[in-house]
Design a protein around this ligand. Sequence first.
Ligand code: S3P
Length: 203
Amino acid sequence: MTQKHIFLIGFMGSGKTTVGKLLAEQLQLPFVDSDHWIEERNRKSVNAIFETEGEAFFRDQEWLFLNEAANFDPSVISLGGGLPVIENALELINEIGVSVYLNVSLLTLIQRLKEEREFRPKLKGLSDAEFYPFVEALLSERVQFYKKARLFMPNERNKPGELVEKICKELNKLNFQFFYSSSSDSSIPKKLTFSPSSSLRRK
Ligand code: S3P
């Protein structure tokens, strides 16, 4: 299979959508968001899916998305914060793309997420006292998966544009080249060459 996508992974609130949209624009690639794809497919919000079908169903939808993504045209893809935790997901992600982990500290995440609790099914209903330990535990559980990403990009105080520039430079260093970029900026890769092997199946 060919590594053709750029996947942004990281905890809720790490900036995947903002950075992903800008990166896609810069590389002139389509931007795809796994949550949005699942919402369209089910004609329901992520919140409603968690409430009616439950989390296990949502995770199955995420796995389905990832498998479908293997057939998409080269894209910048933002993945829901829990998707990389699905068994074998990171292996498949790294097989069909370059994964970029947007690494944000616990304290910054807490600040960014505390007012958003009610809109996020994983955090809904948590009291002030429960919120911090819950996020801390979930993050420490997930970090081991996020760390399997190809690139680590801290996203604490960056302006999204600066971070996008840094990601492009790192991609260039990896010698990854993308089909669709017609930018005149030489730091931005231009066509795709890398293609590792090995097929994967969910255990
Ligand atoms: C989730 C993260 C959300 C969304 C869902 C579950 C998680 O995506 O997939 O609410 O388990 O961390 P974002 O990380 O894009 O907010």
